[in-house]
Design a protein around this ligand. Structure first.
Ligand code: ARG
Length: 458
């Protein structure tokens, strides 16, 4: 029952189970467009080299165009017995155009074919993901600009550390997503190399023009060693690593969104359409989307581990193991695409509770460093100032008040050099304004970052 090209050698059919076990068509059919593109480019080159007649070439073009239509309209019948996307399309082509269809595979193997298809497909997905990363950065930049002067507590060890601008906090994520986009672009260059022409593993005896095929497919170069061409999956691993980092950034942001939305913070609310309720607790509104995104990060990191492990024991050149590269790669792309789309929408709808952020920043003596810096300006050494402020914080804590709530008399009792201008320094806005270093949290610096990103993203 196995209608494959090698059947003459085989004396018994495959069992149902083995057929299902070895087939990939249920998932690799998504490569159909890349497969057709690759076949068209290969056929065009074969014709130009005089390996294929003009008539056969025309038949192949016509057949593939019809197959494209059948797949797009959903009429195409995918057969498990034909194992994978490549054999399904080739068999249908032969059904449609006869012998010309059987000539398409001249000088080609499924080994260089599948490597080409995955690369072509991934190149397109990288471009879509790149666009989504740009959109996401734009959304964050808009929010950052709107909240450049909104103060929140900045944390280290999740303990209140120093006041920061909420806009500044968001722009930290823009930096991450900008690096992610750059990383994907770099991966793209190595994805965009042509394996076709390597044939099964050793190259071929036909006078192929590989450079021509690369140009037709808009690839940047040709894989230079046939053994490597068919067996290399570094590009998929690199992509997965870049994707895992995107998800790590999404996951860190998600963790913060979840915390910020908890009643104990109350910093933000997410639009209802990204939350769900509880089947038992009527009051609940849970940030399911960021929670799930945090969870899906694990899945993408897992795919990276799967792919990298897939490669470690393979001898050269092609092995069937490589068929296992597809599901992790596909799922990584799907997860990333959906996550980025949802985050663009969700973050645009984020609403900010400025009072809650400010109240939280006023707890925990967030401007203690500012007081130490103030004393340094009055002539104290920083280490001495640090010690004095520690005493002051202790005094404030024992009275159950914040540093900024101590009176001038109380402050002067601890350090006589303190004057009335200290209260500006102890204020949240004063603290923020003071941090004018490049990349600092002062609103003017935040707006400078916004301007730089705007230009970069336009
Ligand atoms: N479906 C296979 C894959 O995904 C195509 C290549 C198979 N080549 C072979 N010689 N069995 O890798």
């Amino acid at each position: 029952n196995k209608a494959a090209a090698w059947s003459a050698l085989f004396s018994e059919p495959m069992s149902e189970l083995v057929q299902r076990y070895t087939a990939s068509v249920d998932f690799d059919r998504r490569l159909w467009d890349a497969d057709i593109q690759g076949s068209l480019a290969h056929a065009e080159m074969l014709a130009a080299q005089g390996i294929l007649s003009a008539a056969d070439h025309a038949d192949i073009q016509r057949g593939l165009a019809q197959i494209r239509g059948e797949i797009e309209s959903g009429e195409f019948v995918w057969k498990l017995a034909l194992e994978d996307v490549h054999l399904n399309i080739e068999a249908r082509l032969t059904e449609l155009v006869g012998t010309a269809g059987k000539r398409l595979h001249t000088g080609r193997s499924r080994n260089d074919q599948v490597a080409t298809d995955v690369r072509l497909w991934l190149r397109g997905e990288i471009d879509l993901l790149g666009d989504l990363l740009v959109q996401l950065q734009r959304v964050l930049v808009v929010q950052a600009e709107a909240h450049a002067s909104v103060v929140m507590p900045g944390f280290t060890h999740l303990q209140v550390a120093q006041p920061v601008s909420f806009g500044h906090h968001l722009l930290a994520y823009v930096e991450m997503f900008a690096r992610d986009a750059q990383r994907l672009q770099q991966v793209r260059q190595r994805v965009n190399q042509l394996p076709l022409g390597a044939a099964a593993l050793a190259g071929t005896s036909y006078a192929l023009d590989r450079e021509r095929v690369a140009r037709t497919l808009k690839m940047e170069g040709v894989c230079q060693n046939s053994l490597d061409a068919v067996s290399d999956r570094d590009f998929a691993i690199e992509f997965s690593a870049a994707a895992a980092l995107v998800m790590v950034h999404i996951s860190r942001l998600s963790e913060e969104l979840v915390l910020w939305m908890s009643q104990n913070f109350g910093f933000i609310t997410l639009p209802d359409r990204f939350c769900t309720g509880s089947s038992i607790m009527p009051q609940k509104k849970n940030p399911d989307v960021p929670e799930l995104a945090r969870g899906k990060c694990g899945r993408v990191v897992g795919h990276l581990m799967g792919l990298i492990t897939l490669m470690k024991g393979q001898p050269l050149a092609y092995n069937k193991d490589n068929q296992e590269d597809k599901e992790p790669l596909f799922d990584t792309v799907d997860t990333l695409r959906d996550t980025l789309r949802i985050f663009c929408d969700m973050l645009a709808g984020l609403s900010v509770n400025e009072e809650a952020m400010e109240r939280a920043a006023l707890r925990g003596h967030a401007t203690a460093t500012d007081l130490a810096d103030y004393l340094v300006k009055k002539g104290l050494a920083f280490r001495d100032a640090h010690e004095i402020v520690a005493h002051t914080v202790r005094a404030a804590s024992s009275q159950g008040v914040e540093l900024a709530a101590l009176s001038l008399t109380q402050l002067q009792a601890i350090e006589p050099r303190i004057e009335a201008d200290v209260f500006e320094v102890l204020s949240l806005q004063g603290s923020l304004q003071a941090r004018q270093t490049l990349g600092g949290t002062a609103p003017t610096q935040v707006l400078a970052q916004v301007a730089r990103h705007r230009q970069r993203l336009s």
